[in-house]
Ligand binder design. Structure first.
Ligand code: TXA
Ligand code: MG
Length: 322
């Protein structure tokens, strides 16, 4: 795998061309790093599943450059979905919409819907624009981690996760640390009203302001076809416990106002919930790297981004590795 840092225009063109040629390109988004493939190329997409070790019936999100590309991937777009797209794209939100014939089973896992997102990371947008100018229609990109593991928020983390599985002609674009830090909000737009399938930094409150309705959230334990919805997910090797009394030798992730007792390794002390989300996965990775047995996370309370943080931490704590 080749790595491009501080990408030049020429390197972005090379990366877009690599996708057109059927290779994989890992790239930064504002949420987490994605492992990209040409969403119209069955064999390239099949390699994404292999490299991730992900079951084939778990659908991928198609990343596009502009709202003009929505129509070709979908058969129908409800007005409320257009409103959400207009308000929150480019940004950390994925819309699930009825699919068009362009969205093949190898992207949707055989479902009749397709997930679309316009990311806001400048490098992701440049890559998408170039890719579309070369005739590409969308980049399928799951988070660039092995199935069930913690999503990468830096290029180094992508190398740790997938370095040994990527090939010579595959690429990694380094775009520094993802500034949101947890995966996009996923909103099901296939029914009369929207429903949040995966909480993220586009919150129910923000959606209410735009649509003037209380958006429902699926009971995440029941929605099995969405892989992020497996209860045990986002899990490091270190055991994760929530709000538990600290023991000597533990790691600790908590807001900066929480002090670090003697004998405890502080892994992150974010000053606010945005920083908590941004640093969470890096802190879990660090726990693994230094070989801690247990990490305790003190969860922030609240109904905004906190919902998404709690969702990810509860899943990390449900790991079957222990
Ligand atoms: O922030 C993100 O969304 C990142 C960046 C790279 O864009 N991507 C990401 O992809 O988190 P992934 O594959 O790790 O998680 C996407 C989730 C999966 O759980 C998948 O099952 C669900 O989206 N999904 C995709 N298409 C779907 C569909 N048609 N219906 C229901 N769930 C869908
Ligand atoms: Mg993922």
């Amino acid at each position: 795998m080749k790595i491009f840092k501080d990408c030049t225009e020429d390197q972005i063109t090379q990366a877009a061309q690599a996708l057109i040629d059927g290779h994989l390109v890992a790239f930064p988004t504002e949420t987490v790093y994605g492992l990209g493939a040409d969403a119209s190329n069955a064999s390239a997409v099949s390699r994404v599943y292999e490299v991730k070790g992900r079951p084939k019936d778990h659908p991928l999100i198609v990343h596009i450059y502009s709202q003009n590309q929505m129509a070709q991937w979908t058969s129908e777009i409800p007005d409320y979905a257009l409103e959400l797209a207009k308000t929150f794209w480019p940004g950390p939100m994925t819309l699930i919409l009825p699919r068009s014939p362009l969205a093949k089973d190898f992207i949707t896992g055989g479902q009749n819907s397709v997930g679309l997102r316009i990311p806001s990371h400048p490098l992701a947008l440049k890559l998408l624009r170039k890719f579309e100018s070369l005739g590409g229609k969308g980049i399928a990109a799951p988070s660039a981690n092995r199935f069930g593991a913690v999503s990468p928020t830096t290029a180094e983390a992508v190398i740790q996760e997938l370095g040994e599985y990527l090939k010579e002609n595959d690429l990694l674009l380094d775009g520094d640390q993802s500034f949101v830090g947890i995966e996009s909000s996923i909103i099901d737009c296939t029914k009369d009203v929207p429903c949040i399938l995966r909480p993220g930094s586009i919150t129910p409150e923000m959606i209410k302001v735009v649509l003037n309705l209380n958006v429902s959230q699926v009971n995440s334990y029941g929605y099995l076809r969405t892989s992020g919805m497996h209860l045990s997910h986002y899990a490091p090797n270190t055991k994760v416990v929530i709000d538990e009394q600290l023991q000597h030798g533990d790691g600790l992730i908590a807001l900066s106002e929480v002090p670090t007792p003697a004998g405890v390794t502080r892994l992150a002390s974010p000053e606010n919930v945005e920083a908590f989300a941004k640093d969470l996965y890096q802190a879990l990775r660090k726990a693994d790297l230094i070989g801690l047995k247990r990490v305790s996370i003190f969860l922030p309370k609240g109904d905004g981004l906190e919902i998404a943080i709690r969702d990810r931490v509860v899943r990390a704590a449900a790991s079957l590795k222990h």
